[in-house]
Design a protein around this ligand. Sequence first.
Ligand code: 7TS
Length: 412
Amino acid sequence: MTLTLKDQLDLTAIRKQFPVLDQSVNGNPLIYFDNAATTQKPLAVISEISRYYTEDNANIHRGIHTLAERATAAYENTRKSIAQFINANESEEIIFTKGTTDSINLVAHSLGGSLLKPGDEVLISCMEHHSNIVPWQIICEKTKAVLKIIPINDKGELIFEEFLNLLSERTKIVSMVHISNTLGTINPVKKVIAAAHKWGAKVLIDGAQATPHNKIDVKSLNCDFYAFSGHKMYGPTGVGVLYGKRSLLEAIPPYQGGGEMIKEVSFTQTTYNEIPYKFEAGTPNIAGVTGLNKAIEFVQSIGLDQISHHENALLLRATTQLSEIEGFQPMGTASEKASVISFNIEGVHPFDLGVLLDAKGIAIRTGHHCTQPLMDRFKVEGTARASFAIYNTFEEVDQFVSALSNLIKKLR
Ligand code: 7TS
């Protein structure tokens, strides 16, 4: 791997945009390596939320007054930005949700609830986040459909042959993570989608960990649905996106009933609104949505090529250095991998690592990362996980590895 692009990055200027990074935690400068859980927010996002409430606050779509028009314009402009960001055909294919979890529940309920019949099958992989497992369990229980699991190998890669073997005329839905939050594995989703479509199955991709790191092109992927969260890509919490193909969004029933999602309501009959409004019942997180627009502008101002290049370099450096620590047991060594390192240190509980690193101002995550079936697959209780973002530096990686080595020496 060459590091040439790195020279063009002004990390000092990037870090200045993230006020939260400029602090001491437990007497040490904060090193934030919990980015897979949520990224920090740049000033542009923080200011936009404040600006929205200071200048524009009004409910959208319903008012004819100036503030309502401004709020609606800001909200709908974000829809356009997102459509461009993931290369959707049109902005009507973008539905605002609370986040990835909400987006997946929408598809499980609306598509699964209307499509699945007893004996039909839903395929997910062994490396899914709980939010791409439990909604399918709930809908399979209701419809008497069967949930099948695609196995993975010891490196944490999908076993593609086994996936092909599981596909049949009974397969109605395939729902798969694009990038695993625990393993970092980048799944070959384009190939997965093409294979599933041969059997007429619909495919949902969980892109929670992919949109912050890689350029997403839903048209080229040809996925039926794509779900992601604002807060993992430098945007606010409580806002996310579901992309869906127009024909499917029009065909499936609404998820929730309420204001905004209707055309006409009477006590005997209700007709539903056009997409995307059919799926946006109630007053949405307007400030969150307009904040997300600023997060997209931030990502685009650096460029996803540059972002993934820098993060891959951090990953390589951390992996190389950590491998020299005695008893280092990585979980997830896929050949296609994003900037997440899950690991255990022989003889040390991951929770202890997390607490002791926090005492040095270093934030990592420990536990099962909402992927308990994956922990069972690897026969571990949990792992320690470091995950990187654009504002992380090589010096931080060095300090993290050095702090880890020192505390392991003391623990042994
Ligand atoms: N899918 C994946 C792959 C995720 O990583 C997460 C959150 C979700 C879905 C759910 O996203 P939400 O925004 O709706 O909560 N992952 C993590 C994590 O790894 N640590 O905390 C949250």
